[in-house]
Design a protein around this ligand. Structure first.
Ligand code: URA
Length: 233
C-alpha cells in the first residue's frame, strides 16, 4: 500500500471526500507509455554551461512578450535544485504575481494537501510554471507567450534533471506535450517530454470548481506515485 491510512484519510478530508471506494485498477504499466513527444535532449550544447544564477537573471529581466508590461514581478519557481519531482503549472495568478512565488493562492493550498498525501513536501520537489509572468485577469496563456517562455522551462529542466514531471492541469500538459488533447485523455498515462516521464493531473483550481472530479484526482496521485516507484526500481 502506498499511503498510511491516516494520510489517506487526511487527504480525503482535505478534498471534501468522506468515503473513498477505490474503483481504479492500475493498467498494465508498459501499455501506458507513449512515444517521446519532443525527442530532443535537454543536455544540448547550449545548455551545458548554464547556471541557476544566469537563468534567474534572464527570467527576472525578460521582456520577450507583452506580459512584462503588466506583471508585478516574474515567478521563477522554487524548491530543490536536485528534485526528483518537477511539478509544472500554467502561469502565476494574482497572489503569485504579488509574492513572486508559485502556487501560493487557494489552488496552492490544495496542491500542498495533494503533495502531503503523496508524502512529499515543497522543499523536496521543484514547482515551476509554463509562463513566468501572470497573464492579465488570469486569462489562458497565448501560444506566442508559451513559445517565448518555453526556453526558460527547458533550462530549468536541464539543471534539475528530474526523474518525473507532473503537468498540473490541462494547459501545462497541452503545452508540454504539444497537443490539444483534453486532460481526460492525457491523465492516467505516462507521456514523455525531453525523455523524462510526464504525468498529467487535474489542476487544483479546477478541482476547487469541480469537486466531483476530486476522486479522479486522487487516482491520478496514486498513479503518479506508482509510476515513480516503477522508475526507481
Ligand atoms: N496556478 C498555476 O498554474 N500556477 C501558479 O503558480 C498558481 C496557480
Amino acid at each position: 500500500m502506498l499511503f498510511s491510512e491516516t494520510t489517506r484519510l487526511h487527504y480525503l478530508n482535505a478534498m471534501g471526500i468522506t468515503v473513498w471506494q477505490p474503483r481504479f485498477v492500475t493498467p498494465s504499466f508498459t501499455t501506458l507509455f507513449t512515444e517521446p513527444i519532443l525527442g530532443e535532449s535537454v543536455a544540448s550544447e547550449n545548455l551545458i554551461s548554464d547556471s541557476w544564477e544566469q537563468l534567474h537573471t534572464d527570467v527576472t529581466q525578460c521582456q520577450a512578450c507583452t506580459l512584462c508590461t503588466t506583471r508585478t514581478q516574474t515567478v521563477f519557481g522554487e524548491g530543490s535544485r536536485h528534485a526528483k519531482w518537477l511539478f509544472i503549472g500554467e502561469a502565476p495568478g494574482q497572489h503569485e504575481d504579488e509574492q513572486g512565488r508559485p502556487f501560493v493562492g487557494e489552488a496552492g493550498q490544495l496542491l500542498n494537501e495533494m503533495l502531503r498525501a503523496m508524502q512529499l513536501t515543497r522543499d523536496e520537489i521543484f514547482i515551476a510554471n509554463i509562463l513566468k509572468c501572470r497573464p492579465p485577469n488570469n486569462r489562458d496563456p497565448h501560444i506566442e507567450e508559451i513559445r517565448q517562455c518555453r526556453d526558460y522551462l527547458r533550462r530549468q529542466m536541464a539543471l534539475i534533471q528530474p526523474k518525473i514531471i507532473i503537468a498540473v492541469g490541462r494547459i501545462a500538459a497541452q503545452a508540454l506535450l504539444e497537443t490539444t488533447e483534453t486532460i481526460g485523455k492525457m491523465r492516467g498515462k505516462v507521456h514523455h517530454v525531453e525523455n523524462t516521464p510526464l504525468i498529467a493531473i487535474y489542476h487544483p483550481a479546477y478541482l476547487l470548481r469541480s469537486p466531483i472530479e476530486k476522486r479522479k484526482a486522487w487516482q491520478d496521485l496514486q498513479f503518479a506515485l506508482y509510476a515513480f516507484k516503477t522508475l526507481e526500481n
